[in-house]
Design a protein around this ligand. Structure first.
Ligand code: ZN
Length: 163
């Protein structure tokens, strides 16, 4: 993925915007379940995503950014969670954290791939920085998952991430 700066920034802006929107939905959902702790974590993630989004928008000022297609940045729902259009209203805290973790991991992989492949030194530098941030988000969600009880309705095991 040899990305030029405008293309890279367009992806990063879209990813952070998407993350903020999804975390907001997850926070509202956890609040409706009276799971205030996990809701607060998701609200923190909304705040980080927005701060990051705004700083990337500032960095992109004056550049003409390409338009992206939604599949290039939309969060993916694991099949267990339900359809593409909406969250399963019965999503447990555990499943919500897993869902967020999958997508943070996806963002981290994306940035790491760009950091490895880009010819442009500035793109490599930014992508490395962003990959590191995403690694911290994955870690934070892993910490939460470690202390969140698994639901009695089983989350189908995903062999890729259940080593
Ligand atoms: Zn993140």
């Amino acid at each position: 993925m040899d990305m030029k700066l405008p293309e890279f920034l367009a992806h990063a802006i879209a990813l952070e915007h998407e993350a903020a929107e999804r975390y907001l939905e997850l926070a509202d959902m956890m609040e409706s379940y009276r799971n205030d702790e996990v809701a607060a974590t998701f609200r923190d993630m909304v705040r980080y995503s927005r701060l990051h989004h705004d700083s990337i928008v500032a960095r992109a000022r004056g550049l003409a950014l390409p338009a992206l297609r939604s599949w290039q940045y939309r969060w993916r729902q694991p099949p267990e969670v339900g359809g593409e259009e909406a969250f399963d209203p019965g999503l447990s805290a555990y499943a919500a954290l897993r869902y967020a973790r999958e997508n943070e991991f996806r963002a981290q992989s994306f940035y790491a791939q760009v950091a490895a492949d880009a010819e442009d030194a500035e793109v490599r530098r930014l992508a490395q920085e962003f990959a590191l941030e995403e690694t911290e988000h994955v870690q934070a969600l892993d910490d939460w998952l470690a202390r969140t009880p698994r639901p009695s309705v089983p989350w189908r095991e995903d062999p890729q991430h259940d080593a």
